[in-house]
Design a protein around this ligand. Structure first.
Ligand SMILES: [Zn+2]
Length: 226
């Protein structure tokens, strides 16, 4: 499956001698204003590394447009210092995780994955009762889990990102992790070789949903990929 990942301009995805330093480079661990959130993020990373038995994790986007629109604050602030890679990884080598579980783990409170939040938010005006019910159920499901429980909930057996909903690019919750280094033959676009190949940030397309049932089928209350 094609994946996209931002990396700092001196980091090569296929050089074994280079090490991923997620904690050192994390905006949320090092620069986020709220110290409690910084500590939560650090703890979430460490728990994730323990669980997977490696800290050489590459966080990837599953959609090119999303990699442009939804790159983190860090990537946008330092956009000139980050390069976008496109890779092609066999499905059985991708570690899928549920963004709802990861968000809850790293912030300490329930937080909808962005694609789901967009559906929820655009449904709020049209179907306020259904939206409120969804939000309540979401918060009840995701609050009150101990760290160890969240760690067990975080990984998915299969990705959940294509529910075939109209006008919504990413309606699921699945994030993709790949272990560094990546085999050189799996690299499709290497920015060291071809220079800047991606477009600048584009206008966000908000999903437009005219059906309250959409709230019933979006995942993460009980993730269908688990
Ligand atoms: Zn999920």
């Amino acid at each position: 499956m094609r994946l996209w990942t931002w990396q700092s301009k001196d980091f090569s995805l296929f050089e074994k001698s280079q090490k991923v330093e997620s904690i050192k480079h994390s905006f949320y661990v090092n620069k986020y204003p709220n110290l409690n959130i910084r500590e939560k993020h650090r703890e979430a990373y460490e728990k994730m590394f323990q669980k997977l038995d490696t800290n050489q994790l590459i966080w990837c986007f599953t959609n090119y447009i999303e990699s442009i629109e939804k790159a983190s604050i860090e990537e946008f602030e330092k956009i000139r210092h980050c390069l976008l890679w496109e890779i092609d990884i066999p499905d059985n080598e991708i570690i899928w995780y549920c963004n709802a579980a990861w968000n809850t783990l790293r912030t300490g409170k329930p937080a909808m994955p962005e694609g789901i939040w967009e559906i929820f938010h655009s449904s709020e005006y049209l179907f306020p009762e259904e939206a409120k019910r969804y939000e309540n159920e979401f918060n009840i499901f995701w609050s009150g889990n101990a760290i160890e429980d969240l760690l067990n909930l975080v990984f998915l057996k299969k990705p959940v990102f294509d529910l075939g909903l109209p006008n919504a690019r990413s309606t699921g919750c699945s994030g993709a992790l790949v272990i560094h280094p990546v085999d050189i033959q799996k690299i499709i676009k290497n920015p060291f070789e071809i220079g800047r190949w991606w477009n600048g940030p584009t206008q966000k397309n908000w999903p437009i949903n005219n059906d309250a049932n959409i709230l019933k089928i979006i995942p993460c209350l009980n993730c269908p990929g688990r």
